[in-house]
Design a protein around this ligand. Structure first.
Ligand SMILES: Cc1cc2nc3c(=O)[nH]c(=O)nc-3n(C[C@H](O)[C@H](O)[C@H](O)COP(=O)(O)O)c2cc1C
Length: 329
């Protein structure tokens, strides 16, 4: 457990792994941590699933000793249930609890959860208040620019969150209506930063170390969440630190590094999820690790038909050998 404030953590290293459902699980977090990420969010966890002891969700609350500082994200719409789930998160050893007010998925918003809370600021306030009362951990909120064009939800939610004593707010610069399309608006991150005194984390379209620096410089935000830019790319954390701390532009990982890390991630995933699930969960990750390498689409198609660790390892090693062949003269 970390006893540091979020401000101190971000001062030391402002680059943070974003919450990503189906991605920011314990094995992936282990990979990014060992590759330089200091502060990470979990995937979003359902309050009800935790309270009812759903096996899969409870397992998502696994926190290893090296997985700190960690913010565990909860989603839900009922203040009392969110408070109950928050206690479980605290008992599990998280360092922060984040409340999801940005998930755009219809299945979630139809229940009044995720981004739908932007439409019900009083409910959002009650949830933050109940969670804050239930736990002694610092609480944060992640939301979006707004529900739809014409609405200034982010500033309103951030002000409410600050009034309720949260330790930070994170803003994804897209409307709920946009899901993940179009360009993220970083102006809203600056607007929120100017509207509240708590630390603000920006999110949206940070794919390179240079993007992260630009977001920090242009918005004045205190931290930068990296989501899609970290898929198959855990190197982004170290490379961004090098740029921010020393102005150094570190080289991109080689094909061999990519494949070695993919193999290591595969092992961790299989230890966590078992061979059947782990190999399947790794298909998307391996696709991202090898993206852009020679013949990667063909190899990805072949990998997607394999179901044992051994087959996947052999295929990746064979693929690596083809990449290392000296060019024909
Ligand atoms: C696959 C995926 C899953 C995501 N899951 C969550 C989630 O569980 N909770 C959350 O607050 N945001 C979630 N997000 C949103 C990201 O945290 C981030 O705000 C958004 O992707 C914009 O950042 P990017 O442009 O760096 O990807 C998810 C995004 C992706 C791509």
């Amino acid at each position: 457990m970390s006893n540091c404030s979020i401000q101190d953590i971000l001062k030391r290293d402002p680059i943070v792994l974003a919450p990503m459902a189906g991605i920011s699980d314990p094995p992936y977090r282990q990979v990014v941590r060992e590759m330089g990420c200091s502060f990470a969010y979990s995937e979003m966890l359902s309050d009800n699933a935790l309270i009812y002891g759903n096996k899969r969700t409870s397992k998502m609350l696994t926190i290893s000793p090296n997985d700190h500082p960690l913010s565990v994200q909860l989603f839900g719409s009922d203040p009392e249930r969110m408070a109950e789930a928050a206690k479980l998160v605290e008992q599990a050893g998280a360092d922060f609890i984040d409340i999801n007010m940005g998930c755009p998925t219809p299945k979630i918003t139809a229940n009044g959860e995720g981004a739908a809370l932007m439409l019900k600021p009083l409910r959002a306030r009650d949830i933050i208040r109940a969670v804050r009362r239930a736990v002694s951990l610092p609480v944060t909120v992640k939301t979006r620019k707004g529900w739809a064009p014409g609405r200034g939800d982010a500033v309103e939610i951030a002000r409410i969150a600050e009034d309720e004593g949260v330790s930070a707010v994170a803003i994804h610069g897209r409307y709920r209506e946009q899901f993940y399309s179009g360009e993220a608006d970083w102006d809203i991150i600056r607007e929120v930063k100017n509207a509240v005194r708590v630390p603000v984390l920006g999110s949206g379209d940070v794919f390179t170390p240079e993007d992260a620096k630009k977001m920090l410089d242009e918005t004045g935000c205190d931290g930068v969440l990296i989501a899609r830019g970290a898929l198959g790319n855990p190197w982004i954390f170290k490379r961004t630190q090098a740029l921010l701390r020393h102005g150094e532009v570190m080289p991109e990982p080689t094909a061999e590094e990519r494949i070695r890390v993919a193999l290591w991630h595969l092992r961790l995933q299989v230890d966590y999820s078992g061979e059947h699930m782990g190999v399947r969960q790794m298909r998307k990750h391996i696709g991202w690790y090898i993206k852009g390498l020679k013949n990667s689409s063909k190899v990805r198609g072949e990998l997607n038909t394999l179901s044992s660790v051994e087959q996947v390892e052999r295929k990746l090693m064979e693929y690596l050998a083809t990449l290392e062949e000296p060019p024909m003269t």
